[in-house]
Design a protein around this ligand. Structure first.
Ligand code: PHE
Ligand code: ZN
Length: 885
């Protein structure tokens, strides 16, 4: 496995393709023990290059070549060279046709890349480089071709035969077989190819576009899931409408299809006209999916749909440009979700996720820029940096240009590059041309890795009535990049007076004040901004809405943070002030614990949270967000050296103290909300999400008191609720409680009731994997023996092993290293089955530099054991070797 693939690929080596493929005609003959793939490629020399005809090198892996012809002449082994990754031959004319037949084995494909089987159906996953496991091809995104695809298979087993584009013909064959032909009128790279064959049912709907064209919408699922599709269909229609209204983008084929599959490495895939989804991102109904799952379905459906323009009509020139489509599309789906639900809550969730996970990636051995300049295995670069930081980069462009100019830039980008494979530079150029704003320095966000630090200090001059903010930016070294140049950092800010009102903002040199919340561009390593007409010492509200993905520091004291929590006009920054207050309080407790002192909670945190709970006018979702203390993973990320036990101990102590001190208001809010939930049928909308989120976080605090009335309420909610959000919270609360008998009973009843629903069983595994009670490793090991568990299904691996290693920090980081050993064992097994999943599962071990010497040694030893374990996939090899470097 680790032969040719572990070579490093560099952006600087990019060359345009020697040959183009104008047409691709595919025929698949699907059988139970093999599949035959016939490919006819209508090719020509790239007219932009010289007239000479270089050797043609087609990508191909794990293919058994049965026959190949060049312009109808059958080739023999003397006419071409075959390696385990390429077929090379010498064309003799500028235009030619290659016909090939290969045999492949989807039935034994456990890597879930290329053509494979999932729960009895055939499906494909070609991004990034999976098409080369289907046929010999120029498998690179800048080779775009018109595809026709014929699929033939057993009529009974595979009544539904799908591919990209529109259906143009179908018929029956001998021996109970049938076939269908699909034609995609749009040129596309091979990574957007898709094929599905199976026994599927669909829900159908219609959408009328901006220009009054009628589009058929179909969502295909296994028959037993047909009752869980409506939410995805509603989400699809909302997405189509939103993209027309906000971006002026209309759908372009007569039919749009989504297929749900159970075995999928990622969330979903935007194949042209035929999106393939992990079933976890399609299926949702009240009884089986939580509020979070409903919101994820809505977001992923939107994300994949939006790719039809940002990714498919305009695609990437090469895989270094991945964020061109992913950063942009994440930004688009985040804005969509903000418009559909609560904008502030969406921003809080995204920022919390970015700061916990992307910042950790930026500080680790795999740190890379939004546009990387080297990789070994492209599958390893579907990262939080490409997706989430890439989206932040787009958000900053939006902030700097303003909404109107941004839209002009996006229109220009789509118009200029429709049908092309382009670069991040092309995107930025369109934004510059449409707005007249120079983004040269801004582009450092694409090329420099690492999370910038922005330290801010203040100086108030009462006699001059001026207030100065001094900014100092820096960025730590990352692998291969020791020195960084200053970034363009848009800082949205306001200044609060003593009553908490925003002051009018006038910078020195300006004729008049304009606005009370403004965006300053920090572009130098050190830079100061002076505001005039400031009569009294103000309190700054900095980086409103998290206007840049940086680590900002300002020496707030706790009373100032409490003031901002109450008065900041920016909802995000009210939450942020609460987080900073909590971080200060928790870090104090961590110190006390490390010094062996008695833990004493700063009562100001109690006071602040009490006033939130007692204020009935506040958005309940915001109250819930503000009651959530920063997670252990975030506290780890911001520690110099992470002390696992002290972090856990301090946070649990704070939760316990808060639960006791705030019992009355929590209990009151819980009961009031539970009463409403009881009387309201489930609705997947923001106001209902808000009520349930406050109800559920209240319950999880309340149970820490161990009071019998809380146990009774938990059992009542568990048994009587009509939805998974309330049921799963009640289960999680019991699982983390000392009530052993009730816990066991609930877990058993839950598994019995939902044993046939794989997605619900995933949640059952996760709740137990995340339980911080002692003995977590043994519980996870026992659960791996459960009949519903299998290493072959990525969702199961993520639900049990991923949740354990990523969320259950005290149990994973056992001082004797047994958690690490366990994870390494799973990675070694998965390396042979599914390299992409193996490599992703590794992430917690790559963070060894965060811990004290003893743990570092244990974690490194496991990485070294993986490295020495035999034939490693390129995926695992890259991550392990870079982590040890
Ligand atoms: N392109 C997909 C998305 O983000 C993600 C994906 C990548 C899926 C690679 C499968 C394989 O929408
Ligand atoms: Zn995407």
């Amino acid at each position: 496995m680790r032969t040719e693939q572990s070579k490093t690929i560099y952006l600087k080596d990019y060359r345009a393709p020697d040959y183009l493929i104008d047409e691709t005609h595919l025929t698949f003959e699907l059988f139970e023990d093999h599949t035959l793939v016939h490919a006819q490629l209508v090719m020509r020399r790239n007219p932009e290059l010289s007239a000479e005809l270089p050797v043609l090198s087609l990508d191909g892996q794990q293919l058994e070549l049965l026959r190949i012809t060049l312009d109808d002449r059958e080739l023999t082994a003397a006419d071409y060279q075959l390696s385990d990754s390429h077929l090379t031959l010498q064309p003799t004319q500028a235009s030619f046709v290659i016909d090939s037949t290969v045999r492949i084995h989807p039935e034994s494909n456990t890597a879930l890349e290329g053509l494979y089987k999932s729960s009895g159906m055939f499906c494909t996953q070609c991004e990034a480089e999976g098409f080369r496991k289907i046929t010999y091809y120029l498998d690179r995104p800048d080779v775009m071709s018109k595809f026709t695809t014929t699929v033939s298979g057993d009529k009974q087993k595979y009544p539904i035969l799908l591919s990209n584009g529109n259906p143009i013909a179908s018929g029956s064959e001998e021996g109970g077989r049938h076939w269908a032909t699909w034609e995609d009128p749009f040129k596309k790279p091979a990574y957007l190819f898709a094929l599905v064959a199976g026994d599927l049912w669909c829900v159908e709907d219609k959408f009328t576009t901006l220009s009054s064209r009628e589009v058929t919408l179909r969502i295909y699922v296994e028959p037993e899931n047909i009752d869980k599709v409506q939410h995805a269909m509603d989400s699809l229609k909302k997405s189509m409408k939103w993209d027309e209204e906000v971006y002026g983008r209309e759908y372009d084929l007569d039919i749009f299809m989504i297929v749900a599959v159970n075995d999928f490495n990622m969330g979903a895939m935007e194949n042209k006209g035929l999106n393939i989804f992990n079933s976890s991102c399609v299926l949702a109904r009240a009884e089986t999916a939580t509020d979070a799952a409903h919101q994820r379905v809505e977001a992923v459906v939107a994300h994949e749909y939006f790719h039809n323009w940002s990714g498919n009509r305009v695609t990437c020139r090469d895989w270094f440009q991945l964020s061109l489509k992913e950063g942009f599309t994440v930004f688009r789906d985040a804005e969509f979700s903000a418009d559909m639900n609560s904008r502030t809550v969406k921003r809080i969730e995204d920022v919390a996720y970015l700061r916990t996970h992307q910042f950790a990636e930026d500080a680790g051995p795999m740190a890379h820029p939004v546009r990387p300049d080297a990789y070994m295995e492209i599958s390893n670069f579907y990262t939080l940096t490409i997706y989430e930081k890439g989206s932040e980069v787009l958000r900053m462009i939006h902030t700097l240009l303003g909404n109107q100019a941004f839209r002009k830039g996006s229109d220009l980008y789509f118009e200029r590059h429709d049908g092309q494979a382009v670069t991040c530079d092309d995107f930025v150029k369109a934004m510059e041309d449409a707005s007249g704003i120079d983004l040269t320095q801004f582009k450092r966000w694409y090329t420099q890795a690492g999370t910038p630090r922005l330290a801010v200090s203040e100086a108030f001059d009462a006699t001059a009535r001026t207030y100065t903010l001094n900014f100092t930016q820096s960025c730590p070294a990352t692998p291969g990049q020791s020195d960084k140049l200053p970034f363009v950092i848009p800082v949205e800010l306001g200044l609060l007076d003593a009553r908490g009102n925003d002051l009018p903002l006038r910078l020195q040199g300006e004729a008049a004040a304009s606005g009370t919340s403004r965006v300053l561009s920090v572009t130098e390593a050190q830079q100061s901004f002076t505001f005039v007409d400031i009569a009294e010492q103000p309190l700054p509200s900095l980086l409103r809405g998290f206007s840049a993905p940086v680590k900002l520091s300002f020496p707030y004291d706790r009373d100032q943070l409490m003031f901002l929590m109450q008065h900041d006009s920016d909802g995000f920054n009210r939450w942020e002030a609460g987080q900073q207050l909590s971080v200060q309080v928790l870090q104090e407790l961590i110190g006390q614990q490390q010094r062996g002192e008695a833990l004493v909670l700063d009562q100001r945190l109690v006071t602040a949270l009490r006033s939130l709970l007692q204020d009935g006018r506040l958005d309940q979702a915001m109250v819930a967000e503000m009651l959530s203390l920063p997670g252990e993973a975030y506290l780890t990320e911001i520690s110099e050296v992470a002390d696992v036990e002290a972090i856990h101990g301090a946070r649990e102590f704070a939760r316990q103290q808060l639960a006791e001190a705030l019992f009355e208001p929590l209990w009151q809010r819980y009961q009031a909300n539970r009463e409403v939930s009881k009387g309201t049928p489930y609705v997947a909308e923001a106001e209902h999400f808000a009520r349930r989120s406050l109800q559920n976080i209240a319950l999880s605090y309340l149970m820490l008191t161990g009071k019998p009335e809380v146990l009774a309420a938990t059992l009542e909610q568990y048994e009587a609720c009509d939805n998974m959000t309330e049921r799963l919270t009640a289960l999680a609360v019991l699982v983390n409680s000392p009530f052993e008998a009730e816990r066991g009973k609930a877990l058993e009843a839950f598994a019995e009731h939902f044993k046939d629903n794989a997605l619900v069983m995933d949640q059952w595994f996760s709740v137990q994997a995340a339980s911080t009670l002692p003995g977590g490793l043994q519980r996870v090991q026992a659960l791996m023996q459960h009949p519903a568990f299998t290493l072959k299904n990525p969702n199961k691996v993520r639900a049990l092993i991923g949740a354990f290693a990523g969320q259950n920090l005290v149990n994973f980081h056992l001082a004797d290293g047994s958690g690490y050993r366990f994870l390494a064992d799973q990675v070694i097994t998965l390396n042979a089955l599914n390299p992409q999943i193996a490599s992703r599962l590794l992430a917690p071990l790559t963070r060894w530099r965060k811990y004290a010497a003893a743990r570092q040694a244990l974690m490194k030893a496991e990485l070294e054991r993986i490295l020495a374990s035999g034939e490693l996939s390129a995926d695992v090899y890259e991550v392990v070797s870079k982590s040890l470097a």
